[in-house]
Design a protein around this ligand. Structure first.
Ligand SMILES: [Fe+2]
Length: 288
């Protein structure tokens, strides 16, 4: 009986899935009843890809330890991998970024320079990021936030200013991206941004009114963006407290994220933290 009610509920909420259980959480959905280590049926993979697009973030529970090779295989469902990071000697695969709170185990101090999407320094930012916590500390959450909701909720004056803004990455060869643009698949308005890796903003890029924002304006704009993520006590944020076996697939263009300060607490206080992450190349440069 309970199963029938669940199926009916899922059907009515548009979540019916014959392959696994999927349940909405604050941002995206939690998924149970699929084993990513062995799942290879094309129809299930197709359904997972659709669900990532529809819900922006999927948290797969109870996955045990997914090997580096398998993490890469799952990532390849979504496209070609693009790996621009420092390769830690303990990384299980050249395409797996290994992050830790112990420098012997992985790269430390990662993701703490501010809210961002991954790969804003590329001509096309990464389309997907896939995260798997292989050693779970007592504390050390990752915070995510839905970008289209942030754009929708902007006060009018901010919206008008952001519509004119383009970000310049701090990498020398970095491209220039519109701050607000439409997601290439969902067509929802999202943000291309990195609060810790932006060297400047341009107003009205490509028009006769084009001008570089002053250093002061730039600082203020970064602060304004940050404010949208933390206002009202950070209500827009989904704080993911990691549990053993969690594997997250995120639509990187739809979701901003930041490592919480607790991710930096040393191993001696909270136990070992090891996060594996892959990134899938973007195929479309953000455009107005
Ligand atoms: Fe990141």
């Amino acid at each position: 009986m309970r199963d029938k009610i669940r199926i009916l509920f899922n059907y009515m909420s548009g979540l019916a899935c014959e392959f696994y259980d999927i349940k909405p959480i604050q941002l995206g959905c939690e998924v149970r009843g699929v084993d990513l280590k062995t799942e290879n049926r094309p129809e299930v993979i197709e359904r997972i890809k659709q669900d990532v697009t529809n819900h922006s973030l999927l948290v797969f529970k109870d996955q045990g330890i997914v090997s580096g090779d398998r993490h890469v295989e799952i990532s390849e469902w979504f496209g070609e991998l693009e790996s621009t990071f420092y390769k830690h000697p303990k990384s299980p695969h050249p395409d797996v970024f290994r992050v830790s709170n112990d420098e012997e185990e992985g790269c430390t101090g990662v993701g703490r320079t501010g809210w961002h999407i991954d790969g804003s320094f590329q001509p096309a930012p990464f389309a997907y990021s896939l995260y798997h916590m292989v050693a779970v500390p007592k504390k050390g959450a990752t915070a995510f936030a839905p970008l289209s909701k942030i754009v929708e909720g902007l006060p009018q004056a901010k919206r008008e200013e952001w519509d004119r803004l383009w970000m310049m990455s701090d990498r020398r060869t970095g491209p220039i991206h519109p701050l607000i643009y439409r997601h290439p698949v969902t067509k929802k308005e999202v943000l291309c941004f990195h609060l810790g890796m932006t060297s400047a903003f341009l107003y009205d890029y490509g028009s006769s009114n084009e001008r570089l924002a002053s250093k002061e304006e730039c600082r203020r704009i970064l602060k304004d963006i940050h404010e949208e993520f933390v206002k009202d006590g950070g209500r827009i944020q989904y704080i993911h407290e990691w549990e053993n076996g969690d594997f997250i697939i995120s639509d990187n263009l739809a979701v901003g994220h930041e490592a919480t300060p607790e991710t930096q607490i040393p191993r001696s206080q909270v136990g070992l933290r090891i996060l594996h992450r892959t990134t899938v190349a973007g195929t479309t440069a953000p455009s107005k």
